[in-house]
Design a protein around this ligand. Structure first.
Ligand code: FES
Length: 56
């Protein structure tokens, strides 16, 4: 499922980034480019990052 439409980033990519060491929202943004355009994906990305961190 697409989380960031602007950059075409999926939930799987975000989970993968977190599992590969992107341990914060900022790291995910820097690594994938999510939230760098309209910003509408920020809340969903934050939730997904927090969920993934709590699972690992
Ligand atoms: Fe992610 Fe626009 S949907 S920056």
């Amino acid at each position: 499922m697409y989380i960031c439409i602007c950059k075409g980033i999926t939930d799987s990519q975000i989970r993968e980034a977190v599992c590969s060491g992107a341990s914060s929202l900022r790291s995910v943004r820097q690594q994938l480019g999510a939230m760098t355009q309209c910003g509408k994906c920020a809340a969903q990305t934050r939730q997904l990052v927090n969920e993934t961190i709590s699972e690992i």
